[in-house]
Design a protein around this ligand. Structure first.
Ligand SMILES: *Cc1c(COP(=O)(O)O)cnc(C)c1O
Length: 398
C-alpha cells in the first residue's frame, strides 16, 4: 500500500505545528514561526486568545452538541447579534465556508422558485478566478479548471465573466438568471478588490432585474479588512452573504446571512445541517464577536493595516525586480510579484521562519492575526527583508 492514511490531496510542507502562542506557531521540532497566514485568514485572534479559550472550555463542560430538532438559545443569541450588526434579518449556521456558499446559492434559487413561482430562474453569474469552496456546487461556481478536473460533470447553471467587468456581467443577464455571486475582495484569486463602480453597479443590476446579490465574504468578512464586513466599504448591501473563516477564530463555523425578502423560500424542511449552529460553535462565534465587533478594535485593524501596508510599499522599492505592488485593505494584504510567489513563500518559511500564503495572479498573501502589534510588524518586515535579500529563484525547469 502506498497511499498515505491522510488522503494525499494537499502538498503539505515540512512545518508540523503542535502548539500556538499568540501570533507564533511552534513546530514538532521546536522551531518557532511568525504566523502571517493565520490558517488562511481563520485565526483572527491568534492562537491562544484567553477569551476564546475560556468560552470554549466553559461550553465544552456545559453542552457541545444537541440537534436542530431542539430549540437553540445559543443560536438565537448569535444570530441576533449578526442580524443587529448587518443588513441581514436571518442566519443559517454552517460548519464551513463552502457550506455557507451552498446555502447562499440555494437561498437565491429558492427566492425565485418558492411556491413554484419561477422554476426556470436558477442561473448564477460568477467571476473568473473566484474561489467559493470545494463542494460540487461551489467548484461549479468557480471557473478554475484545476478544481474541476476529474470531477465532471459540474452542476449546471453557472456562468463566469471577468472580475470587475460590469458590462460583461450585465450582458449575461437573461430570463433564467437568479443572482450574482461575488467576493467583494477576491482572496485566493490574489487579493483583488472589486472596484467601487463595479460593486455598486452589480447592486443596481440586481435591483433592476430582481436578482439576488450574493457576497462571498468567507475570507474578507469578520473584521479582516478593518470593517466588520467588506460590503460596508462600498456603501451598498448584498441580499445574501456567506461568512466563515474568521467568525470561529479557529473553530469550524460559518453562516449564510440573508434579508427577510431574500430568504422567503427558505422555509421549514428546505435546508439543514446536523452540526450547524451547535452550542460549542456558537460559543466560539460569540467569543470572537466579543473581541472584534467594536469600533475600537476595527479602528486598530485599519491603523495596523495601514502601517503594515506603508512598510511593505517602502520595502518593495528596494526589490523592483521581485515585487510590483501592494494591494488590499486592513489586514488582508497582497504583494503582487514579478516572480512565482510559491517558491518565495517556501523560502520565507524554511529559511526565515515566517508564514505567508501564495495566491493566484502571482500574489503573496499576508493575512496576519488581527491582534498583531508593531512588534509583529517589525519582526515580519525583518524576516521578509532577509528573505528577499537571500532569495535565489529556482532554476527554470525545461
Ligand atoms: C476559504 C473560502 C471558501 C471555502 O471555505 P471552506 O471553509 O474551505 O469550505 C469559500 N469562499 C471563500 C472566499 C474562501 O476564501
Amino acid at each position: 500500500m502506498s497511499i498515505t492514511p491522510l488522503m494525499p490531496v494537499y502538498p503539505r510542507c515540512g512545518v508540523r505545528p503542535v502548539r500556538g502562542e499568540h501570533c507564533h506557531l511552534i513546530s514538532e521540532d521546536g522551531t518557532r514561526y511568525l504566523d502571517f497566514a493565520s490558517g488562511i485568514a481563520v485565526n483572527i485572534l491568534g492562537h491562544s486568545h484567553p477569551h476564546l479559550i475560556g468560552a470554549l472550555q466553559r461550553q465544552v463542560e456545559t453542552l457541545m452538541h444537541v440537534s436542530n430538532l431542539y430549540g437553540s438559545p445559543q443560536g438565537e443569541k448569535l444570530a441576533q447579534r449578526l442580524v443587529d450588526m448587518t443588513f441581514a434579518d436571518t442566519v443559517f449556521f454552517t460548519n464551513s465556508g463552502a457550506e455557507a456558499v451552498e446555502c447562499a446559492i440555494k437561498t437565491a434559487r429558492a427566492y425565485h422558485q418558492y411556491h413554484g413561482q419561477s422554476p426556470d430562474r436558477f442561473e448564477i453569474i460568477a467571476f473568473r478566478n473566484a474561489f467559493h469552496g470545494r463542494t460540487m456546487g461551489t467548484i461549479s461556481a468557480s471557473d478554475q479548471d484545476k478544481m474541476h478536473k476529474g470531477f465532471l460533470p459540474l452542476l449546471p447553471g453557472f456562468h463566469y465573466v471577468d472580475f470587475n467587468d460590469l458590462e460583461a456581467a450585465k450582458a449575461l443577464i437573461g430570463p433564467h438568471t437568479a443572482g450574482i455571486l461575488v467576493e467583494p475582495i477576491q482572496g485566493e484569486g490574489g487579493i483583488r478588490e472589486g472596484d467601487e463602480a463595479f460593486i455598486k453597479g452589480l447592486r443596481e443590476l440586481c435591483d433592476a432585474h430582481d436578482l439576488m446579490l450574493i457576497f462571498d465574504e468567507v475570507q474578507c468578512g469578520v473584521a479582516r479588512t478593518g470593517a466588520m464586513f467588506a460590503y460596508e466599504h462600498y456603501g451598498i448591501e448584498p441580499d445574501i452573504m456567506a461568512i466563515a473563516k474568521g467568525i470561529g477564530g479557529g473553530f469550524p463555523l460559518g453562516g449564510c446571512l440573508a434579508s427577510e425578502k431574500a430568504a422567503r423560500g427558505m422555509v421549514i424542511g428546505t435546508h439543514g445541517s446536523t452540526y450547524g449552529g451547535n452550542p460549542l460553535a456558537m460559543a466560539a462565534g460569540e467569543a470572537v464577536l466579543d473581541v472584534v465587533a467594536n469600533a475600537e478594535f476595527l479602528g486598530q485593524v485599519r491603523a495596523t493595516g495601514d502601517r503594515l501596508k506603508a512598510r511593505l510599499e517602502q520595502f518593495i522599492g528596494n526589490y523592483p525586480d521581485m515585487f510590483e505592488l501592494v494591494r488590499g485593505r486592513g489586514l488582508m494584504l497582497g504583494l503582487k510579484c514579478k516572480m512565482e510567489p510559491r517558491p518565495f513563500v517556501a523560502h520565507m518559511r524554511d529559511n526565515h521562519q515566517v508564514l505567508a500564503v501564495s495566491a493566484g495572479d502571482m500574489t503573496l498573501r499576508i493575512l496576519p492575526p488581527l491582534v498583531i502589534d508593531d512588534s509583529h510588524i517589525d519582526e515580519f518586515m525583518d524576516k521578509l527583508s532577509a528573505a528577499a535579500a537571500s532569495y535565489a529563484p529556482p532554476a527554470p525547469t525545461a
